[in-house]
Write a protein that binds this ligand. Structure first.
Ligand SMILES: NC(=O)c1ccc[n+]([C@@H]2O[C@H](COP(=O)([O-])OP(=O)(O)OC[C@H]3O[C@@H](n4cnc5c(N)ncnc54)[C@H](OP(=O)(O)O)[C@@H]3O)[C@@H](O)[C@H]2O)c1
Length: 508
């Protein structure tokens, strides 16, 4: 486990090679973040948006960081590209999305590790290319299959892996969406389990690759201060808020079939909720952390339509590929509850949407308010709402604790103040691996901690069923706003944290 361990001693980010590293799966040397064993990476969907923006630049950076010294990438798509043609595509992608120093230093050698085969040439061609790559690496290199194709192509990809006899010595990384409801998720999982053991399957959720998400575990469990109050006796409510300014124009076809709830809530936001709400795992290792997350999902109450506000930004129906009377939501806000001893009665408010006023990824915990009568009238106690602990999950991971403090001078006047911490203050900010790089590193060392389980996904579709069966109508909201007004009634008498009253302090 590359992330959380790196936080001990009190650092954030990725421990540089040779420095005290993370406690990993049993038998892994905690003092060294080991370079990966030789790998053949079979990248299905090799010419797609994700492959170009994240995966190819990510593998190049892992190579640059000395973590993926020996690999061969076999790109697979429907295109009829030869190796040279695909290397050119990969070069253009890395020129746009990779770290320049990685490109300059390694492209000439790294590019020679890249091959391409077309799916249309059949499993024999794929088998031959993989065999050629393994011969070039020598020994018994590991195999990583990365499925970055549209969901409709997954069954065909699994068939080609089987027919090319590439299941042995391999792991498979699956991209969301993991089905569109309980039935389709079960079908997908049955197909995958027909070929792979669950230990070989890595269902990726890039939200969980972020330093900040890992920081939550360290913050909760490496400090004696927070865990004792991390429950319904002290916490009034939690908000997980991920507004986005971008629209869906580029992927309207996919989005029109999906919507904000399936695209962001069932995947990212509920996964982050589990990190927030889980019981302390017995160890920072895959099995116990995933089990604690699944226990949270098992305690989630079904999401009822009346607890949900769905919105659609004005102009969405004019996008090519969107139905004129589309009822697809580009915004969703909901209340969900975890019915267990730690959280019963504490509302978790989740919100996400496209074309909103600001982009952000925050978790905001509001603590129960103290008795106030001891403070004189006009002191300002409670005037700015409860104390908040806020995690900023964006790349510049930050956290803040707001509290009331006495204003210097005569009398008792209270102001809302905040303690703030930002990753860049640790001096390790530069060592951070991007989410997809970290997750691919973990998949190649076989560490499933940050990957979602089939059981967890099916449980989340189960609790979503009442909403999916009877979704409330979408309510229009102007682009560049915070969403439909009805979202305020959802949280009343509380209020949404965003937009923040106070801005984060900028780094000097
Ligand atoms: N893009 C993102 O930011 C993002 C983020 C999170 C998750 N995802 C997920 O990642 C997956 C890929 O997304 P994307 O945006 O990269 O899609 P995309 O741009 O549409 O690319 C799809 C890729 O799959 C290939 N492909 C299509 N059918 C295939 C088949 N039958 N066999 C082999 N290859 C096939 C395409 O090849 P051709 O080019 O030859 O047609 C192309 O390389 C999807 O599941 C998506 O939900 C994407």
């Amino acid at each position: 486990m590359t992330g959380v361990g790196a936080l001990q001693p009190d650092v954030a980010g990725f421990a540089p090679i040779g420095q005290p590293g993370p406690p990993g799966p049993p038998g892994r040397d905690p003092l060294r973040v080991a370079p990966l064993a030789p790998h053949v990476i079979v990248l299905f969907g090799a010419t797609g948006d994700l492959a170009r923006r994240k995966l190819l630049p990510g593998f190049l950076h892992l190579h640059h960081a000395g973590l993926l010294p020996h690999c061969r990438i076999v790109g697979v798509s429907l295109d009829d590209l030869d190796d040279a043609g695909y290397r050119q595509l990969a070069y253009e992608a890395c020129t746009r999305f990779a770290r320049p120093e990685a490109l300059q230093k390694h492209w000439p050698t790294f590019s020679q590790n890249i091959l391409h085969v077309s799916m249309r040439d059949g499993p024999e061609r794929l088998a031959a290319a993989a065999w050629e790559a393994e011969q070039a690496l020598g020994g018994d290199p590991r195999r990583l299959h990365y499925v970055s194709t549209p969901p409709s192509a997954v069954a065909e990809v699994l068939r080609s892996i089987e027919e090319a006899q590439l299941v042995e010595r391999s792991r498979i990384v699956m991209e969301k969406p993991f089905g569109t409801d309980l039935a389709t998720a079960r079908t997908l999982h049955a197909g995958v389990h027909g070929l792979f053991e669950e230990e070989q399957v890595f269902r990726i959720d890039h939200f969980l690759g972020k330093e900040a998400a890992l920081n939550i575990l360290a913050f909760r469990f490496a400090n004696g201060l927070f865990e004792p109050i991390w429950n319904r006796d002290h916490i009034d409510h939690v908000q997980i808020d991920v507004p986005e300014t971008m629209g869906v124009e580029e992927r309207a076809g996919f989005y029109e079939q999906t919507g904000a709830f399936r695209d962001m809530v069932v995947t990212h936001l509920l996964q982050v909720l589990a990190f927030m709400a889980m019981e302390p795992p017995t160890a920072l290792e895959p099995q116990s952390i995933r089990e604690e997350k699944n226990k949270v999902f098992r305690s989630l109450l079904p999401i009822r339509p009346e607890q949900v506000v769905r919105g659609q930004y004005e102009g969405y129906r004019d996008i090519p590929g969107v139905a004129a009377a589309s009822e697809t939501e580009t915004f969703v806000a909901l209340r969900c509850e975890i019915d267990n001893w730690r959280w019963a009665g504490v509302p978790f408010y989740l919100r996400t949407g496209k074309r909103m006023a600001e982009g952000a990824r925050i978790i905001s915990i509001a603590f129960r308010e103290p008795p106030k009568s001891m403070f004189p009238a006009g002191s300002g106690v409670g005037a700015h709402g409860p104390d908040h602990l806020t995690f900023d999950l964006a790349d510049s991971s930050r956290l803040s604790l707001s509290f009331y403090g006495k204003r210097p001078g005569p009398g008792m006047v209270l102001d809302k103040l905040s303690l703030q911490f930002a990753l860049h203050e640790t001096g390790f900010a530069g060592d951070v691996l991007e989410a997809y790089e970290r997750l691919n590193y973990d998949a190649m060392v076989g560490d499933q901690t940050l990957f979602t389980t089939a059981e967890g996904i099916e449980r989340l579709w189960e609790v979503s069923a009442p909403l999916l069966a009877d979704p409330p109508p979408v309510q229009p909201y102007p682009q560049g706003t915070w969403g439909p007004a009805a979202m305020h009634a959802l949280v009343a008498p509380r209020s949404w944290r965003l937009p923040f009253e106070r801005k984060w302090r900028q780094n000097p």
